[in-house]
Ligand binder design. Sequence first.
Ligand SMILES: [Zn+2]
Ligand SMILES: [Zn+2]
Length: 342
Amino acid sequence: MKALVKQQAEPGLWLMDVPEPRTGPGDVLIKVLRTGICGTDLHIRSWDGWARKAVTTPRVLGHEFVGEVVSVGDAVRDVAVGDLVSGEGHLVCGSCRNCLAGRRHLCRGTVGLGVGRDGAFAEYVALPATNVWVHRAEVDLDVAAIFDPFGNAVHTALSFPLVGEDVLITGAGPIGIMAAAVARHAGARNVVITDVSPYRLELARKAGATLALDVSGTDIAEAQRLLGLKEGFDIGLEMSGRPEAMRDMVANMTHGGRIAMLGLPAEEFAVDWSRIVTSMITIKGVYGREMFETWYAMTVLLEGGLDLTPVITGSYGYADFDAAFDEAATARSGKIILDWTV
Ligand SMILES: [Zn+2]
Ligand SMILES: [Zn+2]
């Protein structure tokens, strides 16, 4: 089968013929229809410091996908041939304290699809049935292909109650934009999103942000002035991993404000801890999706009319992966889809 492979420990990706994945009794074999390109894949392609530590070659990339089940192992009960499915990209150990307690998203031994094991940028991908989400309601295939990052957005946005709250999102990448749409849908009063890319700020407006603020020339206090806020933001969703964003967020939170942090900083940085203490701010780290509460929430949010299509800005056949990755790496793109059926 064709697959996008990190074949050599150097920058680049290789479209190659590789053997179809092998499956065990608890596994499902899926014919991949469409995939989403993630920041993780861009890191692996460019072979930066994180990728060199996290990935051994050769490795088939990709964790965001939708596909159709073509075979199931003897022990699989709840997934059937012909089901339209996406996959939870974190494979958990099943035996640590958190796994045993049903808190699988907190597993200490998580392995990432397309990072620590072969992934979904291929004609076929194999997954344990316990990592498969069956789309039982009708869903747009491009949207189904990005359930994994959509889940990051939902998990982060719904970390704290949002009804009537003023929400600040720093970072208008695809997940930040989806989080803005979720926050509005879930009943937030104001949803402010910040970035330095006018293109992405415009996508965020389309997705429902109350105010999309370019912080290249101003700061978050300006958003408070524009909206007439007096006491700061109630909820912060940090999606950029950037020190200046986190510092400016902390400076603009209300007393008792709550921050969910998904953006992954590249290195340590200082924040005003005295402000966090005296403003009594709660900070929660978010990684991945709750299995499978977040997936349930994603499905019902879409059924309830949440529209993610503004965040999808490009689609390529898999053979044009280089052009697709180049576009995904610019700030003039949202989510880019690879089609594996053309
Ligand atoms: Zn991803
Ligand atoms: Zn575990």
